[in-house]
Design a protein around this ligand. Structure first.
Ligand SMILES: [Zn+2]
Length: 302
Protein backbone atom coordinates (compact mmCIF):
# COMPACT_ATOMS: atom_id res chain seq x y z
CA UNK A 1 0.00 0.00 0.00
CA UNK A 2 1.20 3.47 -0.86
CA UNK A 3 -0.12 6.49 1.05
CA UNK A 4 0.46 10.21 1.08
CA UNK A 5 -0.62 13.45 2.69
CA UNK A 6 -1.53 15.77 -0.15
CA UNK A 7 -1.77 19.56 0.04
CA UNK A 8 -4.47 21.46 -1.79
CA UNK A 9 -2.03 22.42 -4.57
CA UNK A 10 -1.25 18.73 -5.17
CA UNK A 11 2.16 18.80 -3.50
CA UNK A 12 3.11 15.74 -1.45
CA UNK A 13 3.67 16.56 2.23
CA UNK A 14 4.41 13.05 3.43
CA UNK A 15 4.62 9.57 1.90
CA UNK A 16 4.61 6.09 3.40
CA UNK A 17 4.35 2.44 2.35
CA UNK A 18 3.16 -0.69 4.10
CA UNK A 19 2.41 -4.29 3.15
CA UNK A 20 -1.28 -5.19 2.75
CA UNK A 21 -0.82 -8.31 4.87
CA UNK A 22 -3.07 -10.18 2.46
CA UNK A 23 -1.46 -13.48 3.42
CA UNK A 24 -3.44 -13.12 6.69
CA UNK A 25 -6.79 -12.85 4.90
CA UNK A 26 -9.27 -10.21 3.86
CA UNK A 27 -10.16 -8.95 7.35
CA UNK A 28 -6.46 -8.33 8.04
CA UNK A 29 -6.18 -6.28 4.83
CA UNK A 30 -9.17 -4.13 5.80
CA UNK A 31 -7.75 -3.63 9.31
CA UNK A 32 -4.37 -2.71 7.78
CA UNK A 33 -6.00 -0.08 5.52
CA UNK A 34 -7.90 1.49 8.44
CA UNK A 35 -4.81 1.47 10.69
CA UNK A 36 -2.66 2.99 7.93
CA UNK A 37 -5.19 5.79 7.36
CA UNK A 38 -5.43 6.49 11.09
CA UNK A 39 -1.65 6.69 11.44
CA UNK A 40 -1.46 8.96 8.39
CA UNK A 41 -4.04 11.32 9.89
CA UNK A 42 -2.06 11.33 13.16
CA UNK A 43 1.09 12.10 11.18
CA UNK A 44 -0.69 15.11 9.67
CA UNK A 45 -1.79 16.37 13.07
CA UNK A 46 1.66 16.02 14.62
CA UNK A 47 3.55 17.51 11.65
CA UNK A 48 1.21 20.32 10.68
CA UNK A 49 -1.02 20.78 13.72
CA UNK A 50 -4.20 20.16 11.73
CA UNK A 51 -6.24 17.08 10.92
CA UNK A 52 -6.78 16.13 7.28
CA UNK A 53 -10.04 17.54 5.87
CA UNK A 54 -10.91 14.47 3.81
CA UNK A 55 -9.51 11.09 2.79
CA UNK A 56 -9.33 9.16 -0.47
CA UNK A 57 -8.67 5.49 -0.97
CA UNK A 58 -8.05 3.72 -4.28
CA UNK A 59 -8.39 -0.06 -4.51
CA UNK A 60 -8.21 -2.66 -7.30
CA UNK A 61 -11.12 -4.66 -8.63
CA UNK A 62 -14.74 -3.64 -9.15
CA UNK A 63 -15.77 -0.44 -7.39
CA UNK A 64 -19.13 1.25 -6.82
CA UNK A 65 -17.73 4.76 -6.47
CA UNK A 66 -21.11 6.43 -5.96
CA UNK A 67 -22.01 4.27 -2.96
CA UNK A 68 -18.47 3.88 -1.66
CA UNK A 69 -18.49 0.10 -1.93
CA UNK A 70 -15.51 -2.05 -2.90
CA UNK A 71 -17.60 -4.63 -4.76
CA UNK A 72 -15.03 -7.28 -5.57
CA UNK A 73 -11.30 -7.84 -5.64
CA UNK A 74 -9.84 -11.17 -6.70
CA UNK A 75 -6.45 -10.21 -5.19
CA UNK A 76 -7.66 -8.91 -1.84
CA UNK A 77 -10.64 -11.21 -1.44
CA UNK A 78 -13.42 -8.85 -0.42
CA UNK A 79 -17.02 -8.69 -1.63
CA UNK A 80 -19.34 -5.70 -1.11
CA UNK A 81 -17.05 -4.02 1.41
CA UNK A 82 -18.46 -0.62 2.56
CA UNK A 83 -14.99 0.89 2.62
CA UNK A 84 -16.07 4.55 2.47
CA UNK A 85 -18.30 4.15 5.54
CA UNK A 86 -15.68 2.16 7.49
CA UNK A 87 -12.96 4.69 6.77
CA UNK A 88 -15.16 7.73 7.43
CA UNK A 89 -16.15 6.37 10.83
CA UNK A 90 -12.61 5.38 11.71
CA UNK A 91 -11.33 8.89 10.87
CA UNK A 92 -14.24 10.67 12.61
CA UNK A 93 -13.53 14.03 14.20
CA UNK A 94 -13.64 14.72 17.95
CA UNK A 95 -17.37 15.55 17.66
CA UNK A 96 -18.00 12.10 16.17
CA UNK A 97 -18.81 13.31 12.65
CA UNK A 98 -17.45 11.03 9.91
CA UNK A 99 -14.62 12.32 7.74
CA UNK A 100 -15.55 12.77 4.06
CA UNK A 101 -14.02 9.83 2.16
CA UNK A 102 -13.72 9.24 -1.60
CA UNK A 103 -13.40 5.69 -2.90
CA UNK A 104 -11.69 5.22 -6.26
CA UNK A 105 -10.47 2.53 -8.63
CA UNK A 106 -6.69 2.11 -8.54
CA UNK A 107 -5.98 2.55 -12.27
CA UNK A 108 -8.53 5.34 -12.80
CA UNK A 109 -7.13 7.14 -9.73
CA UNK A 110 -3.64 6.69 -11.14
CA UNK A 111 -4.84 8.11 -14.45
CA UNK A 112 -6.39 11.09 -12.66
CA UNK A 113 -3.07 11.84 -10.94
CA UNK A 114 -1.11 11.46 -14.20
CA UNK A 115 -3.58 13.86 -15.81
CA UNK A 116 -3.40 16.59 -13.19
CA UNK A 117 0.08 16.16 -11.71
CA UNK A 118 2.07 13.98 -14.12
CA UNK A 119 2.52 13.27 -17.82
CA UNK A 120 -0.94 14.58 -18.73
CA UNK A 121 -0.68 18.05 -17.20
CA UNK A 122 -2.30 20.58 -19.47
CA UNK A 123 -3.76 17.84 -21.72
CA UNK A 124 -7.56 17.81 -21.89
CA UNK A 125 -7.99 14.43 -23.66
CA UNK A 126 -5.69 11.53 -22.82
CA UNK A 127 -5.65 7.77 -22.53
CA UNK A 128 -3.68 6.25 -19.65
CA UNK A 129 -2.57 2.62 -20.09
CA UNK A 130 -0.98 0.62 -17.26
CA UNK A 131 1.04 -2.40 -18.44
CA UNK A 132 1.47 -4.62 -15.40
CA UNK A 133 0.34 -8.13 -14.48
CA UNK A 134 -2.68 -7.25 -16.59
CA UNK A 135 -3.50 -4.19 -18.68
CA UNK A 136 -5.90 -1.52 -17.53
CA UNK A 137 -6.63 1.99 -18.68
CA UNK A 138 -8.27 5.28 -17.87
CA UNK A 139 -9.91 7.81 -20.17
CA UNK A 140 -9.04 11.38 -19.19
CA UNK A 141 -11.44 14.14 -20.22
CA UNK A 142 -11.18 17.73 -19.03
CA UNK A 143 -9.44 16.99 -15.72
CA UNK A 144 -11.59 14.00 -14.77
CA UNK A 145 -11.70 10.30 -15.61
CA UNK A 146 -14.61 8.84 -17.60
CA UNK A 147 -15.56 5.64 -15.75
CA UNK A 148 -18.46 4.67 -18.03
CA UNK A 149 -22.02 3.79 -17.07
CA UNK A 150 -21.05 0.76 -14.97
CA UNK A 151 -17.48 1.56 -13.93
CA UNK A 152 -15.83 -0.45 -16.71
CA UNK A 153 -14.76 2.38 -18.98
CA UNK A 154 -11.16 2.32 -20.17
CA UNK A 155 -10.68 -1.47 -19.98
CA UNK A 156 -8.35 -1.49 -22.98
CA UNK A 157 -6.71 -4.70 -21.71
CA UNK A 158 -9.78 -6.58 -22.90
CA UNK A 159 -10.15 -5.28 -26.42
CA UNK A 160 -9.51 -8.22 -28.77
CA UNK A 161 -6.51 -7.51 -30.97
CA UNK A 162 -5.84 -11.15 -32.07
CA UNK A 163 -9.15 -12.95 -32.68
CA UNK A 164 -8.79 -16.61 -31.66
CA UNK A 165 -5.56 -15.74 -29.82
CA UNK A 166 -4.49 -16.72 -26.30
CA UNK A 167 -7.19 -17.42 -23.71
CA UNK A 168 -7.79 -14.44 -21.39
CA UNK A 169 -8.90 -14.57 -17.75
CA UNK A 170 -12.03 -12.62 -18.77
CA UNK A 171 -13.22 -15.54 -20.92
CA UNK A 172 -12.40 -14.09 -24.35
CA UNK A 173 -9.48 -14.92 -26.63
CA UNK A 174 -6.79 -12.62 -27.97
CA UNK A 175 -7.34 -9.73 -25.55
CA UNK A 176 -4.57 -7.10 -25.55
CA UNK A 177 -3.69 -8.16 -22.00
CA UNK A 178 -2.78 -11.70 -23.14
CA UNK A 179 -0.19 -10.28 -25.56
CA UNK A 180 1.28 -7.06 -24.20
CA UNK A 181 1.09 -7.12 -20.39
CA UNK A 182 4.36 -7.48 -18.46
CA UNK A 183 3.19 -10.99 -17.52
CA UNK A 184 2.48 -11.91 -21.15
CA UNK A 185 5.93 -10.72 -22.22
CA UNK A 186 7.55 -12.61 -19.32
CA UNK A 187 5.71 -15.78 -20.32
CA UNK A 188 6.57 -15.48 -24.00
CA UNK A 189 10.22 -14.72 -23.26
CA UNK A 190 10.51 -17.59 -20.78
CA UNK A 191 9.20 -19.91 -23.49
CA UNK A 192 11.35 -18.51 -26.29
CA UNK A 193 14.53 -18.32 -24.22
CA UNK A 194 14.03 -21.57 -22.32
CA UNK A 195 14.61 -19.91 -18.93
CA UNK A 196 11.50 -20.31 -16.73
CA UNK A 197 12.61 -17.41 -14.50
CA UNK A 198 13.01 -14.96 -17.37
CA UNK A 199 10.82 -11.86 -17.06
CA UNK A 200 9.86 -8.77 -19.04
CA UNK A 201 12.84 -6.81 -17.69
CA UNK A 202 15.29 -9.50 -18.81
CA UNK A 203 13.54 -9.57 -22.20
CA UNK A 204 14.04 -5.80 -22.53
CA UNK A 205 17.72 -6.20 -21.59
CA UNK A 206 18.10 -8.95 -24.21
CA UNK A 207 16.42 -6.70 -26.81
CA UNK A 208 19.00 -4.00 -26.02
CA UNK A 209 21.76 -6.61 -26.39
CA UNK A 210 20.47 -7.51 -29.88
CA UNK A 211 19.09 -10.99 -29.10
CA UNK A 212 16.91 -11.96 -32.09
CA UNK A 213 14.53 -14.17 -30.10
CA UNK A 214 13.95 -11.38 -27.57
CA UNK A 215 13.42 -8.84 -30.36
CA UNK A 216 10.75 -11.11 -31.90
CA UNK A 217 8.94 -11.54 -28.55
CA UNK A 218 9.15 -7.80 -27.86
CA UNK A 219 7.92 -6.80 -31.30
CA UNK A 220 4.87 -9.08 -31.01
CA UNK A 221 3.90 -7.27 -27.80
CA UNK A 222 4.62 -3.84 -29.31
CA UNK A 223 2.49 -4.64 -32.39
CA UNK A 224 -0.43 -5.80 -30.24
CA UNK A 225 -0.15 -2.68 -28.10
CA UNK A 226 -0.07 -0.44 -31.16
CA UNK A 227 -3.22 -2.18 -32.49
CA UNK A 228 -4.94 -1.47 -29.17
CA UNK A 229 -3.82 2.16 -29.19
CA UNK A 230 -5.09 2.66 -32.75
CA UNK A 231 -8.47 1.21 -31.75
CA UNK A 232 -8.61 3.69 -28.87
CA UNK A 233 -7.46 6.49 -31.14
CA UNK A 234 -10.29 5.81 -33.58
CA UNK A 235 -12.88 5.78 -30.78
CA UNK A 236 -11.64 8.51 -28.46
CA UNK A 237 -9.14 10.64 -30.39
CA UNK A 238 -6.96 11.50 -27.39
CA UNK A 239 -4.08 13.93 -27.96
CA UNK A 240 -1.79 11.97 -25.63
CA UNK A 241 -1.40 8.31 -24.70
CA UNK A 242 0.35 7.90 -21.34
CA UNK A 243 1.91 4.47 -20.83
CA UNK A 244 2.86 3.29 -17.34
CA UNK A 245 3.26 0.09 -15.38
CA UNK A 246 6.11 -2.40 -15.20
CA UNK A 247 6.67 -2.76 -18.94
CA UNK A 248 7.04 1.02 -19.38
CA UNK A 249 10.12 0.87 -17.13
CA UNK A 250 11.92 -0.36 -20.27
CA UNK A 251 11.94 3.28 -21.44
CA UNK A 252 13.07 3.87 -25.03
CA UNK A 253 13.30 0.11 -25.61
CA UNK A 254 9.50 0.23 -25.49
CA UNK A 255 8.68 3.76 -26.59
CA UNK A 256 10.81 3.97 -29.72
CA UNK A 257 9.34 0.89 -31.48
CA UNK A 258 5.88 1.63 -30.05
CA UNK A 259 5.79 5.14 -31.55
CA UNK A 260 6.91 3.68 -34.89
CA UNK A 261 4.27 0.93 -34.77
CA UNK A 262 1.51 3.44 -33.93
CA UNK A 263 2.59 5.81 -36.71
CA UNK A 264 2.64 2.96 -39.27
CA UNK A 265 -0.99 2.10 -38.44
CA UNK A 266 -2.46 5.59 -38.72
CA UNK A 267 -4.79 6.15 -41.63
CA UNK A 268 -7.15 9.07 -40.98
CA UNK A 269 -6.45 9.35 -37.24
CA UNK A 270 -4.39 12.22 -35.89
CA UNK A 271 -1.19 10.88 -34.28
CA UNK A 272 -1.25 10.86 -30.48
CA UNK A 273 1.81 11.74 -28.43
CA UNK A 274 2.90 8.47 -26.79
CA UNK A 275 4.67 9.30 -23.52
CA UNK A 276 5.81 7.48 -20.39
CA UNK A 277 3.89 7.94 -17.14
CA UNK A 278 5.70 10.16 -14.61
CA UNK A 279 4.31 9.20 -11.21
CA UNK A 280 5.32 5.51 -11.20
CA UNK A 281 3.73 3.38 -8.48
CA UNK A 282 2.58 6.33 -6.35
CA UNK A 283 0.06 7.49 -8.98
CA UNK A 284 -2.99 5.74 -7.49
CA UNK A 285 -2.38 7.07 -3.97
CA UNK A 286 -1.92 10.63 -5.29
CA UNK A 287 -5.11 10.19 -7.35
CA UNK A 288 -6.95 9.11 -4.19
CA UNK A 289 -5.80 12.35 -2.57
CA UNK A 290 -7.08 14.36 -5.54
CA UNK A 291 -10.46 12.60 -5.25
CA UNK A 292 -10.54 13.62 -1.59
CA UNK A 293 -9.89 17.27 -2.49
CA UNK A 294 -12.55 17.03 -5.20
CA UNK A 295 -15.03 15.92 -2.52
CA UNK A 296 -14.47 19.27 -0.85
CA UNK A 297 -15.02 20.98 -4.23
CA UNK A 298 -11.58 22.50 -3.98
CA UNK A 299 -10.11 21.57 -7.33
CA UNK A 300 -6.37 20.99 -7.31
CA UNK A 301 -4.72 23.08 -10.02
CA UNK A 302 -1.03 22.29 -9.65
ZN1 LIG B 1 -9.82 -10.33 -21.62
Amino acid sequence: MKAALLAQDGSVLFEARRPTGREHGTDAVVAAILDFATDLADEGRSRFGVAPLAAGVAVPGTIDERNGIAVFSANLGWRDLPLRKLLGERLAGPDGSAMPVALGHDVRSGGLAEGRLGAGRGVDRFLFIALGTGIAGAIGIDGRIEAGAHGYGGEIGHVVVRPGGPQCGCGARGCLETLASASAVSRAWAEAGGDPDADAASCAAAVDAGDDRAIAVWQRAVDALADGIILAQSLLDPSTVIVGGGLAEAGDTLFTPLRTAVTERLTFQMPPKVVPAMLKDTAASLGAGLLAWDLLSLEVTA
